[in-house]
Design a protein. Structure first.
Lengths: 298, 278
């Protein structure tokens, strides 16, 4: 659905995005992670044809955004961290204004979307009277009006209270489930990404430092919790057998490709009592932080 | 689709209170001038001038004469201010508010978007002039009789016309004033397309007009007067000359139209290469 190939962006002397290649497959909820200034918004800007890439190719829905923006964005909806509207006009009028930049839209379709997002009864009120949550719903309505296949959400949880974040999460899942949308979600709320996304890419200083499924981030954990009757002896045996690469208090790090059954077998053979062995459950947060410190040390 | 987008642009434009500042200021200025004309010394001065030239002042102190007298300061001072205010807002304000980023997540081309906005700006400029003329004439008709027209602008026009022909020329003058207003709005629109605040775009456009006026009035530059936009703004007054210098008027209007189109193209080019970021 989205394909970035060796994309670069320079703002003056500053390189905001460096050789970014990224694939967002159809049907996924794809998370774009990174700290502030990592290049997420610039990357999204380039996907929407708002920021011109200095090099590389950006394709959305099979079309090059730079040369065929009109076709590339035909089936795309977008929501930004602080959705802006014409506050002095009604919600309905705002929807008409935005949707007519894509295509002529019937009143029936606007009514349908207004109902879907739960704004019925308030759509003719001026936007300046809307609460933060209602504005978020209006933003969603304007994104859904052109019947998109791809939804781009740039920091959608920014500024929302816990209730709002919960509602946003449920809405995204509903959009994916009911409307079968491909969703690209940029965020630095790791817990949200963990609960929503099936694939992620992590950006750091304009470079991609990881791309893979959420399961990959957990699988990559080689740390195992180990309770034995003699931990120093156990680590000595396992190190000399080449099964672990390092250890710390009640934890061992398996060498790549090693499984826990081999560890247990070796320890039992050597007469060490094994009380408990389990892989440490790695959260996205711990994965992200280790990735960042790894990148920093590199 | 263009019609729908233009209609939406006009909703946006006329939904804002600040759009009406110009109309309100015109009404206020007209009321003050009308009262001064009715009860002040201006009328006596005009009567003396007419009598001195062999005309019966009572035949020419009319709604049409007063309308033109009221029009001149408003066209020179207020109209550029409000045309640049709206023109300077058109793109820069949307960028500042964040709505431009929302629009540009849609498959509309930047050129098309600017064309819609510029067209809305031209409609606003024309409406501003129309309202100015209609309200001036309407308000003057309440306090002054419908008689012949007398126009005197030092160095530009001295005319005494019957009411019918005066009205026709008054209407013609507004067509040319609309082109003037469109050119002013276009210059502000051009600055609005660059990466600057709306107020800065308005100030840049007003500065451009003032610089043009200053240069035009420096004697050394008199042979270059055709290069200054403000020189061509005066062409609407030529409608009141006898005979009407059509070739000069048409030349000025073509130049002003070219200025509008050039400003639009420069604005488009600047906007096309810009990165739109939050």
């Amino acid at each position: 659905m989205i394909q970035l190939t060796n994309v670069q962006k320079k703002f003056g002397a500053r390189q905001a995005v460096k050789n970014l290649s990224l694939t967002v497959p159809t049907g996924e909820i794809f998370g774009l992670l990174g700290h502030n200034g990592a290049g997420k918004s610039t990357a999204i800007g380039m996907m929407l044809g708002q920021v011109w890439p200095s090099g590389g190719e950006v394709r959305v829905c099979g079309h090059d955004v730079t040369t065929r923006r009109d076709l590339a964005l035909q089936k795309v909806g977008a929501i930004f961290e602080t959705p802006a509207f014409y506050d002095y006009l009604s919600g309905w009028r705002n929807l008409e204004i935005f949707t007519h930049f894509t295509a002529r839209t019937s009143d029936a379709r606007i009514r349908e979307v207004v109902e879907w997002v739960g704004l019925t009864g308030r759509e003719h009120g001026k936007v300046k009277t809307y609460s933060h949550g209602m504005r978020a719903r209006l933003a969603l309505a304007q994104a859904l009006l052109p019947q998109p296949e791809l939804l781009i959400l740039d920091e959608p949880g920014e500024g929302l209270d816990p209730e709002g974040i919960h509602e946003m999460r449920e809405t995204i899942l509903r959009l994916h489930r009911e409307l079968k949308l491909t969703i690209l979600l940029s965020s630095h709320l790791l817990s949200e990404v963990e609960q929503l996304c099936t694939r992620i890419a992590v950006l750091n200083q304009g470079q991609k430092v990881f791309e893979g499924s959420l399961a990959d981030t957990k699988r990559s954990n080689q740390w195992v919790r180990l309770r034995v009757n003699d931990f120093p002896l156990a680590t000595k045996i396992l190190t000399s057998a080449g099964l672990i690469s390092s250890h710390r208090e009640e934890q061992i790090e398996l060498v790549i490709g090693m499984e826990t059954d081999a560890v247990v077998r070796k320890l039992v053979e050597q007469g060490v009592g094994v009380y408990e062995i389990a892989r440490e459950a790695k959260t996205l947060e711990s994965f992200y932080l280790s990735l960042m410190s790894e990148t920093k040390s590199n | 689709m263009f019609y729908l987008q233009l209609r939406n642009e006009l909703w946006k434009l006329f939904g804002k209170k600040r759009t009406y500042i110009g109309f309100g200021a015109f009404l206020l200025a007209q009321t003050v001038m009308l009262l001064l004309f009715r009860f002040g010394d201006i009328r006596a001065g005009l009567s003396r001038m007419l009598s001195g030239n062999g005309y019966d002042a009572s035949d020419y102190i009319s709604a049409l004469t007063v309308s033109v007298v009221m029009l001149i300061p408003q066209i020179s001072l207020l109209m550029p201010l409000y045309a640049t205010l709206v023109g300077g807002d058109m793109v820069a304000k949307e960028y500042e508010d964040g709505t431009l980023r929302m629009i540009l997540s849609r498959p509309i081309s930047r050129f098309r978007l600017l064309l819609v906005k510029w067209s809305a700006g031209i409609i606003f400029a024309m409406l501003l002039v129309l309202v100015l003329g209609v309200t001036a004439l309407g308000a003057a008709s309440i306090l002054f009789p419908w008689k012949g027209m007398f126009v005197f602008v030092p160095g530009e026009a001295f005319s005494v016309l019957p009411a019918g022909e005066g009205l026709l020329r008054f209407a013609f003058a507004h067509i040319f004033l609309a082109i003037n207003a469109s050119a002013i709005m276009s210059v502000a629109f051009m600055f609005s397309c660059f990466n600057m605040k709306p107020a800065a775009a308005t100030i840049c456009a007003l500065s451009f007009l003032l610089l043009s006026l200053v240069f035009e009035n420096i004697p050394f530059f008199s042979s270059y007067e055709n290069w200054f936009i403000t020189h061509h703004f005066k062409c609407w007054l030529m409608v009141f000359q006898n005979p009407i210098p059509w070739s000069q008027i048409v030349q000025s209007e073509i130049i002003l139209t070219a200025v509008s189109v050039t400003a639009f193209i420069i604005g488009c080019t600047a906007f096309q290469v810009r990165d739109i970021k939050s």
